[in-house]
Design a protein around this ligand. Structure first.
Ligand code: NAD
Length: 479
């Protein structure tokens, strides 16, 4: 039996509001129509931004602990609905059930974590050159934030933007990805029940070219907090340039994993395989290319080939025990398939996989391992965003480090070795925002998730992520 198709409404100034135009949202595992969402017009966007502007000063005047209390209440509501919310994510994004539940609970924990900063937002008192002067540095909110989201961790990324924004006294307008908006409207349904002042949190859905463009081009916005592709990040910067709007950009990655001869191979195989199949390889910080030292290269390729080949995949809602779901859409599937084909033509060899998996429906690609890759091949340089692992053999750590750093991207990196001095040398030399040593690439909320080069500007999480949503105001008081 087909599920009921929900028509969602925007959330503007504390009310759900109908739109004129709509976009269909479908399940990537089976093509089922799930919902219709607003294709918000520039006028809808303008209304949401005005509401956020009106609400901002009164919101900022509340004590931070009162603002934070709303986040704690919301976190409790989210936990109480975790399974239902996880199903919404699985249906529209293709995420397996277990991971969708992890995402929902992590989101609730994140709201609590950011709420916990309320009593620790700090300014400074600075020594003056004058005898009767005090220099105070206040930390203030930026104003109105536009939060633009991708589809791969759609629920968590709402919290990653709204929690630090709200606790520091900003208001926000969120635009979810048109691929995965349903979970955002379900988040909003819960938020609507907690008594948050109208206009503090708003949602306008729609396509990037129309709704996203209107949001980022508006002079009302004080900061665009964006997670998504490099291409969209560039377009957003161009829009932001017109009004000198602050941008915080979390963009793509091409994370290198370096496996040295003295690595714990069991650990490296398990962690790197996990990195390639989690969310069907559609994670910005997960290992996208391996540099393996010659002494263990054959063994590593054999073992990770077998491990990848054993991966179970299918429709996450129909088969709750599988390890991997579909890719997000036809374009994603075509891109991965074409990249593997070009890698083969350029001389890479398949250890396992290669090709679209014919399950009768859905955007499934076989878990794939390629050896014989060279650093000038597209597969070692461009983001794949699928369950494909290209491997290149290196002679030593320094060769691996030079290749790892020779990239447009600079988000995450990882090293597998039992030798402390090799690990420390790698950490000093790697030009990336994050390095994971002997563990999978997954960040902690108290760290700082940030990329160099084309992987972004600014960052998220922890104290530094919180302060991205603030500006400083220095006061010189002579008395
Ligand atoms: P995308 O750039 O296609 O879309 C992201 C969002 O931007 C969507 O909401 C889209 O509607 C909107 N958008 C598109 N064009 C726009 C425009 N001109 N103006 C304003 N908004 C516009 O990215 P995606 O396909 O949704 O996500 C995948 C990408 O996100 C990958 O490159 C991945 O690496 C990256 N990502 C990065 C991080 C990180 O933390 N660095 C996290 C998750 C995903």
């Amino acid at each position: 039996m087909a599920n009921e198709v929900t028509t969602y409404q925007n959330y503007i100034n504390g009310s759900f509001v109908s739109a004129q135009e709509h976009i269909d949202v479908r399940n990537p595992a089976n093509g089922e129509l799930l919902s219709r969402i607003p294709e918000s017009s520039p006028d809808d966007v303008e209304r949401a931004l005005h509401a956020a502007r009106e609400a901002q000063k009164p919101w900022a005047r509340l004590p931070a602990v009162e603002r934070a209390a709303f986040l704690n209440t919301l976190a409790d509501r989210i936990r109480s609905q975790a399974s239902a919310l996880a199903r919404v994510i699985s249906a529209e994004q293709g995420k397996i059930s277990g991971l969708a539940e992890v995402e929902v609970n992590f989101t609730a924990d994140y709201l609590d974590y950011m709420a916990g900063w309320a009593r620790r937002i700090e300014g400074e008192i600075i020594e003056s050159d004058r005898p009767r002067e005090n220099i105070f540095l206040f930390r203030k909110p930026l104003g109105v934030v536009a939060g633009i989201l991708p589809w791969n961790f759609p629920f968590f990324l709402i919290a990653r933007k709204m929690a630090p924004a709200l606790v520091t006294g900003n208001t926000i307008v969120i635009k979810p990805s048109e691929e995965t908006p349903n979970n955002c409207f379900e988040f909003t349904r819960l938020l609507d029940q907690i008594g948050l002042p109208a206009g503090v949190f708003n949602v306008v859905s729609g396509s990037g070219a129309s709704t996203g463009n209107a949001l980022t081009a508006s002079p009302i916005v004080d900061m665009v907090s964006f997670t998504g592709s490099v291409e969209t990040g560039s377009a957003i910067m161009r829009n932001a340039a017109d009004h000198i709007t602050k941008v915080n950009l979390e963009l793509g990655g091409k994370a290198p994993a370096i496996v040295l001869d003295d690595a714990d191979l069991d650990l490296a195989v398990q962690a790197i395989r996990g990195s390639r199949i989690i969310n069907t390889g559609q994670v910005c910080n997960c290992a996208e290319r391996v540099y393996v030292q010659r002494g263990v290269a054959e063994q590593f390729a054999d073992r990770i080939g077998q491990a990848m080949a054993s991966t179970t995949y299918g429709d996450p809602l129909a088969q709750p025990d599988i390890e991997m779901g579909p890719l997000i859409n036809q374009a994603g599937l075509d891109k991965v398939a074409a990249m593997v084909e070009r890698a083969n033509q350029a001389g890479a060899q398949l250890v396992t996989g290669g090709g679209v998996a014919d399950l009768g429906q859905g955007f499934h690609y076989k878990p794939t391992v390629l050896t014989g890759c060279q650093s000038d091949m597209e597969i070692m340089r461009k983001e794949i965003f699928g369950p494909v692992l290209p491997i290149q053999i290196v002679d030593d750590l320094d060769e691996a480090l030079a290749m790892a750093n020779d990239s447009d991207y600079g988000l995450t990196s990882s090293v597998y070795t039992r030798d402390l001095s090799s690990a420390m040398h790698a950490c000093r030399e790697l030009d990336f925002g994050e390095t994971y040593v002997n563990r999978e690439n997954f960040e902690a909320m108290q760290g700082f998730h940030a990329g160099t080069r084309k992987s972004g500007i600014g960052g998220a999480d922890g104290k530094h992520g919180l302060y991205e949503y603030t500006r400083t105001h220095v006061v010189y008081l002579e008395i």
